[in-house]
Each structure stands twice: as structure tokens, then as C-alpha cells.
Design a protein. Structure first.
Length: 390
């Protein structure tokens, strides 16, 4: 971890020269030592080390931030930082508030996005992270929109201005280990009890794998967000930002689906088309809501797949054309695939305990074609569906 003196040197002209030399080498982790040794011939060791580390982190950060090459990072803070598209989407919900308090702002992945909506007060107890955030705000010309306070969230004792709102993203990792209980977060989620009444609105980021029983006590909207088909985060929205009890948002878009508890859908064996709901829809418990929108059926009461005879284009589910339904057994599936001259198969499963890698080996396919097979359950029995992605 860089110290304050070295960070100040890195931000000064000599440090910027060292950083430019390091970045020109496009280093990765394996290159650290030789590039550091080369820089150490021109610059003090701590500065050379910090420059190479920063160049490596900037390369890694490009996957999260469009302006990564202008920004400054700490390794652990970068791993925890929200990616820019998700932060930008979330920030849009804060429009209309005069102040936003970013509680535990870190290096500013969310602060920078929020600052495009309203003035932000970023609070963190870590001086280095606040310095990095200040440098990032300067680099993105947002320094006039962001004020920083070094404080422990347990000891705020602050008076929040009228109509202000808060955003809280607690650490969900410690020593590279994921924290699954909301009360093991750093700080634990129960710290929000005093904030809920202090802010007109509050948003709290939690793991998308959160046990819903752990947050059942809170009167809030729970929004699950996916990015390009991968579940990324869950947000608890309180006060003026609270909407429906459950919300699924699919990015890019945004496309959002809201709803309450729904009665069961009609059941059917797989029809012409099969739909796999987006993971945000499944996690939000909105599969039945989506099924009603699509006038589709479920293939099993415990399985999230939907089915219909009509093709329905939707951003909330991936569609497949069902080509064959096979009562599952190795022998039947092998025969069906060999009859289709299949040599390569993509196996997906839902509601099946089959080891897909082992099954692919045991199929011993030698054909020339590729197929997709879904192993799942319908009407309580295991089936293999040969499908074509739409």
C-alpha cells in the first residue's frame, strides 16, 4: 500500500515523469521486477515502485473505468470499486437531490458518477483513499462537485442538510475472503439504522447473493442489477428512493422489471421456444411476473425456465428454439446427438446435478456439427433439450 509521502511524490512532476515511463512499458504483474529495476536507475526506489504499481493498476482498471489511464488506484480498493456503467446507472436515481453523501467512498468509483448528478460529500476513514479520490476528481474535472471528509462512519455525529440523501457501499471482502453475512460487512449493515431517519433517501449496496432473510427487517426496495447477462449487484433503496418491493434491472439499457408476489403460472412441457430469464429477474423473484407479461408457462414449478409456442423478443430472457426433448439418459442423449452428427456440445443445466464436464467426456462425440443441450426438469422428470440459441 502506498504511503502519503510517496503518493504526494507520485502526483508531483517527478512522479508524473516516472509514471509516464512506467506506463509506456505497458506492464503486467509478471513485468513488475524488471521494469521497477529499470525505473529505479532514474528515480528513488519508493517512487519507482509506486509508478510501476500504478501503471499495472491502470491497465487492470480499464475494464471498469473509461478514464482509467488518468486515474489513481490502490489494489484492494480497485477490486472493491464499482464499475463505471453500474455506478452511472445507479447515480441516475439520485437526480433532484441537492446533496449526496457517499458513506465510505473509497477511491471514488461511485462518488465520481454521483458528482455528475449533484454535489457529493465523500466520507472515508482512510486518508490514502481520500487522496486518491481527490486526484481522480481533479483528473476528471469534478473537484468543484466533490468535498471530502476523513471520518469513521461509526463516529459521524453529523447533521445532514434537509433533503440530502446517502449512498453506502460497505466492504464485502476482507483478506481476499468474501463476506456473506450483511452483519460481517465492514462496517456491518446495521449501522444504517440511524441513517434511515437522517436522510430523505438512502441507497445501500449489498452482495447480489445476499440472503434475503438477513434484510427482511428493512422496509426497502431490493433491486438486482445485471450487466451483459451476469448478476452484478443488489441495492436496497430507502425513503424517497424506494419503489416496488422487488426490481430487476438489465444493463446495458437500462431495462427494468418491477413487481410484487405473483400466483403460480400455468405449467407446460417445453413448447417451441424456451426462455431463460436474466439472472437479475430470477434473483428478484420476478420470473412469474415476466411469464405473465410474455403469456408464457413454466416447465416446472421449481425451475425458472419459461416456454411458449410464439417467439417473444424480450431483454429480460434469453430465447432458445427447442429442437428435441429427450427423457434424460446417457444412452438416449448420445444416440440423439450422434444422429445429428454432433461433435461439439455446449451443455447448460438448471435443476440438474449432472457433472457437465464428465457427461461431455462420456458422450464420446466425433461428429462435425455443434449443438446446445440444456439439462433440466419438467413435470418432475429430468430431460435433455436440444436447442438453438435465438
Amino acid at each position: 500500500m502506498i504511503d502519503t509521502e510517496t503518493l504526494c511524490q507520485l502526483l508531483a512532476p517527478l512522479g508524473q515523469e516516472a509514471l509516464a515511463v512506467a506506463e509506456a512499458a505497458e506492464p503486467d504483474e509478471a513485468d513488475f521486477l524488471p521494469i521497477f529495476q529499470r525505473l529505479a536507475q532514474r528515480f528513488p526506489d519508493p517512487l519507482a515502485r509506486a509508478a510501476v504499481e500504478q501503471a499495472i493498476l491502470r491497465r487492470r482498471a480499464r475494464a471498469k473505468f473509461s478514464h482509467a489511464d488518468q486515474m489513481y488506484f490502490a489494489r484492494e480498493a480497485l477490486e472493491q470499486a464499482t464499475s463505471e456503467p453500474l455506478a452511472q446507472y445507479r447515480a441516475t436515481r439520485f437526480h433532484g437531490f441537492p446533496y449526496i453523501f457517499d458513506l465510505g467512498c473509497g477511491i471514488g468509483g461511485d462518488t465520481l458518477a454521483l458528482a455528475n448528478v449533484a454535489p457529493v460529500i465523500g466520507i472515508d476513514k482512510d486518508r490514502i483513499r481520500l487522496m486518491l479520490l481527490a486526484a481522480n476528481a481533479q483528473a476528471l474535472d469534478l473537484q468543484e462537485k466533490i468535498s471530502l471528509v476523513q471520518a469513521d462512519l461509526y463516529d459521524l455525529g453529523m447533521w445532514f442538510p434537509p433533503r440530502s440523501c446517502g449512498f453506502f457501499d460497505p466492504a464485502r471482502r476482507t483478506n481476499e475472503r468474501r463476506l456473506h453475512s450483511v452483519n460481517a460487512y465492514q462496517p456491518p449493515i446495521h449501522i444504517i439504522h440511524e441513517w434511515i431517519t437522517s436522510f430523505e433517501a438512502l441507497a445501500v449496496k449489498v452482495s447480489p447473493a445476499v440472503d434475503l432473510e438477513q434484510i427482511a427487517e428493512y422496509d426497502c426496495e431490493v433491486e438486482f442489477v445485471s450487466w451483459r447477462g451476469q448478476l452484478k449487484e443488489a441495492i436496497l433503496w430507502f425513503g424517497a428512493l424506494r419503489g416496488a418491493a422487488r426490481k430487476a434491472t438489465v444493463l446495458p439499457g437500462p431495462h427494468s422489471l418491477t413487481g410484487e408476489a405473483q400466483p403460480p403460472l400455468l405449467l407446460s412441457s417445453p413448447m417451441t421456444y424456451l426462455y431463460e430469464p436474466d439472472p437479475a429477474v430470477m434473483r428478484a423473484g420476478l420470473v412469474r411476473c415476466l411469464g405473465r407479461q410474455m403469456n408464457a408457462h413454466q416447465i416446472d414449478p421449481t425451475i425458472a425456465f419459461l416456454t411458449s409456442n410464439d417467439f417473444i423478443r424480450t431483454v429480460f430472457a434469453r430465447a432458445f428454439r427447442v429442437e428435441e426433448v429427450i427423457p434424460f439418459s446417457l444412452k438416449r442423449l448420445r444416440a440423439a446427438l450422434r444422429s445429428r452428427d454432433v461433435g461439439t456440445v455446449t451443455l447448460k443445466k438448471r435443476g440438474s446435478g449432472v457433472d457437465t464436464d464428465d457427461l461431455i467426456r462420456r458422450l464420446r462425440l466425433r461428429g462435425s456439427r455443434e449443438e446446445t443441450v440444456i439439462l433440466t426438469r419438467t413435470d418432475g422428470r429430468m430431460v435433455a433439450l436440444i436447442v438453438e440459441p435465438m
